[in-house]
Design a protein around this ligand. Structure first.
Ligand SMILES: [Mg+2]
Length: 285
């Protein structure tokens, strides 16, 4: 019988187990809504992040919070920060659990991949404080995880932190991931993109695009506009533990000072080298 006395540190609960249970529940929710007709149904409300909430977003969030309820009942204290509900107290303390129940809602609605569950556990208020990251890709079935100081893993196999970026004959990056790819922001960024990369990929789920940099499938990624912590918190630890580099360039307190709340504070840049990180930081605004 585990003690009810918990230390209040980020990693004293079975977060991997809770995340996997939530992913299993979400797989069922998606399976039970097999067509766009079901997946496009809106709740009529907007989430804390401002997007129109889909019924599948709401159901997915309920499934994650069911796991949080169990951990809280077992004596763990934390604050949840989620895309639709915003901040929810589970007894306070320094631990923050940052959740995007469905990253890639538009993909989910249109039966496309990737669609992901993203959960980060932190022992403080910023990206630098994230101690555990979990991203499940429902398209590939891949599970990306990392613990602070303990490395990053893809389906349980350690990612190689020495993987380099690749450059084409032009000297530019071979493949750059782009998110928040509204055509207006693409237009505003097009010259900088052309200078930096030979090709772009727009996957439509920020957490999954960041994870591709962790495995060096993408050489780097950038969001063209501000993203929210719920989208990026887990994956940014995964890419850093996999030897990559991350910055939220508009946050004045340093590259990882972005707060773990529901507001969009900065674009995100991820790269395999500090030089590329610096070169890409000015693309998003
Ligand atoms: Mg979402």
């Amino acid at each position: 019988m585990p003690s009810m006395e918990t230390s209040g540190t980020a990693l004293d609960a079975d977060w991997p187990g809770a995340c996997r249970a939530a992913a299993t529940a979400l797989r069922g929710i998606l399976r039970d809504a097999p067509r766009t007709r079901e997946r496009a149904v809106e709740t009529g409300q907007r989430g804390e992040g401002g997007d129109r909430t889909l019924v599948i977003d709401r159901c997915a969030e309920d499934a994650v919070f069911a796991q949080l309820d169990l951990l809280h009942a077992a004596g763990h204290r934390f604050t949840a920060v989620s895309e639709e509900r915003g901040e929810v107290g589970y007894g306070g303390g320094p631990v923050r659990v940052v959740i995007d129940p469905i990253d890639g809602s538009l993909n989910a609605k249109r039966l496309m991949s990737p669609v992901a569950l993203s959960i980060a556990v932190a022992d403080g208020p910023t990206m630098a404080d994230v101690a555990f990251g979990f991203v499940h890709d429902f398209g590939t079935g891949e599970e990306w995880t990392a613990t602070r100081g303990g490395g990053a893993f893809l389906d349980g196999v350690a990612l190689d932190p020495a993987l380099p970026e690749r450059r084409g004959r032009s000297g530019k990056l071979e493949l750059l991931g782009v998110e928040v790819a509204d055509p207006r922001w693409i237009a505003a960024s097009i010259d900088a993109l052309q200078q930096q990369t030979e090709r772009v990929r727009v996957l439509g789920a920020i957490s999954i695009t960041i994870c591709q940099v962790a495995a060096a499938r993408l050489d780097a990624m950038v969001s063209l506009r501000r993203c929210r912590a719920v989208d990026a918190a887990a994956a940014q630890l995964i890419v850093r533990e996999a030897g990559g580099h991350v910055a939220f360039p508009l946050c004045p307190g340093g590259p990882l000072s972005a707060p773990l709340d529901v507001e969009p504070h900065s674009h995100i840049v991820c790269a395999r080298s500090p030089e590329t990180l610096a070169a890409l930081a000015a693309i998003g605004t």
